[in-house]
Design a protein around this ligand. Structure first.
Ligand SMILES: NC(=O)c1ccc[n+]([C@@H]2O[C@H](COP(=O)([O-])OP(=O)(O)OC[C@H]3O[C@@H](n4cnc5c(N)ncnc54)[C@H](O)[C@@H]3O)[C@@H](O)[C@H]2O)c1
Length: 259
């Protein structure tokens, strides 16, 4: 996949998957707008890309703040004129049910994980429409594919899935594609932010028997951004080592084998 001459925004690019996606896209020729609420990690990613011979620029972006998005869009417009790709990747984990979730946490998680995707598409659409076939990849989760135990996280990731379909319908006539990606367990700081028991127990339902590497998700994001996916819009790409397809039977058959 060659992204020579393409300009792509990645949110939450200072860590985990966003960082890996930014480096991969830059290695393949894209100019990457590395954005994050955290300045220092974002600058590190840009420095690494430049040291590697790539092109990148850091802009501090709080994905929950519409003003932050309009500033980013006008900066891209004045520097590059158009935009070819947007990866709405920034997100936070929150593993608690309806009763334990505070109203503040509910709104915080919905703002960072879902409103961000609305703002990103809303404010970047004019730039994407001006380009030659734009692509938006919205990072949901397997929590947006099945019944999930976390109120804010689950609802936000189902929202990302639904909003992606709205974007796909709305922007198709302008040659802009919108898809959602649904990673399973991925080896990033976010996955390890809670208890290790959660990860170990969840792994029992992953037929692939391991967590994903951030590179494996980045490859799928790159595919959806690329011309190879030019007829793919409004779809969900699940990258989960088989968890949502048959994880329950993987666990059951393993338990039966052990008895
Ligand atoms: N790691 C997993 O197992 C997993 C699985 C499925 C989906 N996801 C999703 O993948 C995405 C990336 O997750 P990750 O695992 O790489 O996480 P991570 O914690 O490593 O990185 C998240 C990044 O988002 C940034 N961020 C947080 N709030 C922000 C804000 N308001 N504005 C801008 N940036 C902000 C953080 O600074 C950080 O750099 C998230 O949307 C997450 O929900 C992760």
């Amino acid at each position: 996949m060659n992204f020579q001459g393409k300009t792509i925004v990645v949110t939450g690019a200072g860590s985990g998957m966003g960082r890996t996606e930014s480096s991969m896209l830059a290695r393949r020729g894209a100019k990457v707008w590395v954005t994050d609420i955290a300045d220092a990690p974002g600058h590190v990613v840009v420095d690494e890309i430049i040291a590697d011979g790539g092109t990148a620029e850091f802009v501090r972006l709080d994905v929950t703040d519409p003003a932050s998005w309009t500033e980013l869009a006008s900066r891209i417009e004045s520097v590059d004129g158009t935009l070819d790709g947007l990866v709405n990747n920034a997100g936070v984990s929150h593993r608690s049910g309806i009763e334990e979730t505070s109203v503040e946490d509910w709104h915080r998680v919905m703002d960072i994980n879902l409103s961000s995707v609305f703002y990103g598409m809303k404010y970047c659409a004019p730039l994407l429409k001006k380009g030659d076939g734009g692509s938006v990849v919205n990072v949901s989760s397997i929590a947006g594919m099945l019944g999930y135990f976390a109120a804010g996280y689950g609802a936000s990731k189902w929202g990302v899935r639904g909003l992606s379909k709205v974007g796909a319908l709305e922007f198709a006539e302008h040659g802009v594609r919108v898809n959602s990606i649904h990673p399973g367990l991925v080896d990033t700081p976010l996955l390890h932010s809670g208890s290790s028991t959660f990860v170990d127990t969840s792994l029992q339902s992953v037929p692939a028997g391991r967590v994903a590497d951030a590179e494996e998700i980045a490859e799928s994001v790159a595919f959806l951004l690329s011309d190879a996916a030019r007829y793919i819009t409004g779809t969900e790409l699940v990258v989960d080592g088989g968890l949502t397809s048959g994880g329950i039977y993987h666990r059951i058959t393993n338990e039966l084998k052990a008895t």
